[in-house]
Design a protein around this ligand. Structure first.
Ligand code: CAA
Length: 271
């Protein structure tokens, strides 16, 4: 009932044909939004339409949403970019890398910027994004998981940054979170060998917050959502802003930032 109402009111893009073209489902239930990559028969391969759909969700996300869950239907979270992009025919209506190579560099860079918009918004301080990852998370799939704040993974997960093996670079906003999570040396190792990272290593090196049996992924994600919703909304956003800014600031600057955020909180709570 709550979900049906949420569909009727406020920003649910679930009925949007662009979502279907991108192979994406989107549902809002109160403070929780769920994005499902929904092309399991193609292992949730992603196209430019997928990235436009993700960007559109970010643009229209109802303000009440506090937690965004990103998941994949079927055995794999996502097998990465749709390999038809590497063929002469390309993806119908979306071209191919061959056609992109013939266009001027600036316009292709612009398409990449648009694609990245689908990943960037998942870091907004007002929300916490959780990737629930099972099976393969390859290339763009790995980067989508990296775009989320937290990763809860099934024990069959296999992360692989395949791009360098294909002559490409990871360009969907994944390189920064990867380095921040696992460190430069491990990120170089993972990307430049295009090797697979399985669940036990993912947990050990900080790629995953929690590993669960495949059948428990949904429940484990739900538990994390409930924990996240148990804190104060505005304090959570302010704290995330502080945490996100911490690495780029000196201790002195960070302390000042803490004071500014706290003064605003005290004013809101007791003023
Ligand atoms: N693009 C398009 N179709 C894909 C696909 C992809 N990335 N991955 C899988 N599929 C399709 C297969 O062609 C197959 O379709 P048909 O049934 O019509 O033949 C279907 O999905 C099922 O695939 P498999 O039978 O191979 O399924 P599997 O479970 O045995 O294996 C897999 C899964 C290991 C993911 C394997 O499909 C695979 O290796 N896929 C390719 C992965 C890949 O190289 N992705 C590119 C990453 S690089 C990237 O993402 C670059 C970027 O961002 C710029």
């Amino acid at each position: 009932m709550a979900e049906a109402q949420a569909r009727q009111h406020g920003g649910n893009a679930g009925d949007d044909p662009a979502m279907a073209e991108g192979g994406v489902r989107f549902e809002v239930d109160g403070e929780i939004a769920t994005i499902t990559l929904d092309r399991p028969e193609k292992r949730n391969a992603q196209t430019f339409a997928t990235w436009s759909a993700l960007a559109r969700i970010g643009e229209t996300l109802p303000e009440r949403v506090r937690v965004v869950v990103v998941k994949g239907e079927g055995p794999s979270f996502s097998a990465g970019i749709d390999l038809r992009m590497f063929t002469a025919e390309g993806v119908p209506g979306q071209g191919s890398f061959g056609s992109a190579a013939k266009s001027d560099g600036a316009s292709f860079e612009q398409s990449i910027r648009r694609a990245q918009a689908g990943f960037l918004w998942l870091r907004r301080p007002e929300i916490v994004s959780i990737a629930a990852v099972q099976g393969h998370a390859i290339g763009a799939g790995f980067q989508l998981a990296l775009a989320c704040d937290l990763r809860i993974v099934a024990d069959d997960v296999s992360f692989c940054m395949k791009e360098p093996a294909l002559g490409l670079v990871p360009d969907l906003t994944g390189t920064k979170p990867l380095v921040e999570l696992v460190g430069l040396a491990k990120a170089i190792d993972i990307c430049l060998t295009a090797r697979t990272v399985h669940a036990d290593e993912a947990m050990r090196i900080g790629l995953a917050e929690r590993v669960v049996a495949g059948g428990d992924l949904e429940q484990a994600t739900r538990e994390k959502v409930e924990q996240l919703l148990s804190t104060n909304r505005d304090a959570a956003a302010a704290t995330k802003r502080l945490l996100q800014g911490a690495q780029g600031r000196t201790l002195e600057e960070q302390s000042r930032a803490e004071g500014i955020e706290q003064a605003a909180r005290i004013k809101a709570l007791f003023g």
